[in-house]
Write a protein that binds this ligand. Structure first.
Ligand code: SF4
Length: 424
């Protein structure tokens, strides 16, 4: 369930039904003003809503005074162990303070920070980390680590409430994906405050992205989580932002820029799709419109499952087809596919509509049909999926979906023989 409460971090609403905010953290020494600002701008350009900077020294507080003024997005000061730095960061104008009430030197010091934050209207992120639970919860942690994490978070929430400070969001961080999911589910039931989600030390771009997609994706799909950060072991913080956006886009929680659809390729592939997809993906980064672009490795299935895409390409040996909204735009030589695709996208964005040249469209449709007919006996992954869907619909008593034309079922060559559908 979405959090009931909402806070405002430098103009970005968090929780209470606001869009899930994307965060990242700079990897530079904050005191290195130039390097930090360069990274903040890269994060903002990639779509980061909020940025966090580490503030472990007085030099960093000095830099923070300029950063909060020059940053295009709100800045959270990340403080550990030193409540004086938290006070200074609030005075420096940080848009939010992140601290762990368990490691800042006791309730009196937390109270001092809360009072200063309240006086200046600075929200906080309070959090617990699986690696630093308070001593009195260590036994519970051994018995039930999820309950221990949630208890620690609830105790911190109660402390803040006793201090009459309620302008905060809460995070529970763990390197363990199932524990992150279970503890946030439990916490969402127990407190009304916004939740920040993340998997601590998730790993490299590859493993970290996957762990985060599984952990955060599961929670977000449940409606839990108001702001997210993908922690990746890379100096390029903007990569974290890109991954966060892909998760939000995949769940249709937010829209930003194009969505690329690409077939997985198989033995029917007719062109160098690896490089073509990589080039298209890179070029699409320069677009802001939420267009859907499909890349199909062969034209054997026609436009098929990509017919809902705004634009797409599919190739054969020497030629390829550029299509839009399920209809051919034009047939082009294979090496002109990408350029033509982008020319059509640009034209469509400029004119606000996609214009079809009827002669070229008909030529493309004819070419496509010829390829489909030549390969009508091929049992492609898409055709197998269509047959399975038709069989399932039939089983359920629904009207079967239209089958691909001229497909003759071949018992011997079918990898799904006897599994999902029966044949006479
Ligand atoms: S049959 Fe499907 S998966 Fe294989 S190359 Fe063609 S579109 Fe891609």
């Amino acid at each position: 369930m979405a959090s009931e409460r909402q806070i405002n971090v430098g103009g970005v609403p968090i929780g209470g039904g606001a869009p899930v905010a994307v965060q990242s953290m700079t990897k530079t020494e904050t005191a290195d003003l130039q390097a930090t600002m360069t990274q903040i701008r890269a994060i903002a350009d990639a779509g980061g809503d909020i940025v966090r900077v580490a503030v472990p020294r007085d030099d960093d507080v000095e830099a923070l005074k300029t950063i909060v003024v020059e940053s295009p997005i709100p800045v959270i000061a990340d403080i550990h162990f030193n409540h004086t730095l938290a006070l200074k960061a609030i005075d420096a104008g940080a848009h939010c303070i992140r601290l762990n009430p368990g490691n800042i030197g006791g309730p009196e010091k937390v109270a001092e920070v809360a009072a200063r934050a309240k006086a200046r209207g600075t929200p906080m992120r309070i959090g617990v980390n699986s690696g630093s639970l308070p001593k009195h919860l260590h036994e519970l942690e051994r018995e039930n680590s999820v309950e221990a994490l949630v208890t620690a978070a609830v105790e911190f929430v109660e402390l803040m409430e006793r201090l009459e400070f309620e302008d905060f969001k809460v995070s529970i961080k763990s390197t363990n994906v199932p524990n992150t999911i279970a503890s946030n589910r439990l916490l969402a039931q127990r407190i009304p405050y916004p939740l920040h989600l993340g998997i601590t030390e998730a790993g490299t771009k590859w493993t970290g992205s996957l762990k985060s997609a599984v952990g955060l994706g599961t929670l977000l799909a449940d409606g839990i989580g108001d702001t997210i950060r993908i922690s990746l072991s890379t100096f390029h913080a903007e990569e974290e932002v890109k991954v966060a956006w892909e998760i939000l886009k995949a769940l249709k929680l937010r829209e930003r820029g194009p969505v690329l659809i690409a077939c997985p390729t198989c033995g029917r592939l007719q062109f160098d799709m690896d490089t073509v997809v990589a080039e298209i993906e890179q070029r699409l980064e320069g677009y802001e419109d939420p267009i859907e672009v499909a890349v199909l490795g062969c034209a054997v299935n026609g436009i098929g499952e990509a017919s809902h895409a705004d634009f797409g390409i599919t190739g054969a040996k020497n030629e390829g087809l550029v299509f839009a909204h399920g209809k051919p735009l034009r047939k082009v030589p294979q090496d002109a596919l990408v350029e033509t695709l982008f020319a059509e996208i640009d034209k469509s964005i400029e004119e606000g509509r996609t214009a079809f040249d009827e002669r070229q469209s008909a030529e493309g449709a004819e070419w496509l049909q010829k390829i489909e007919e030549e390969n009508a006996d091929q049992l492609t992954p898409e055709r197998i999926a269509a047959m399975e869907a038709a069989a399932a619909a039939e089983e359920a008593g629904a009207k079967p979906l239209p089958m691909a034309s001229k497909v003759e079922l071949d018992e011997e060559s079918s990898p799904t023989a006897g599994r999902r559908f029966t044949r006479a």
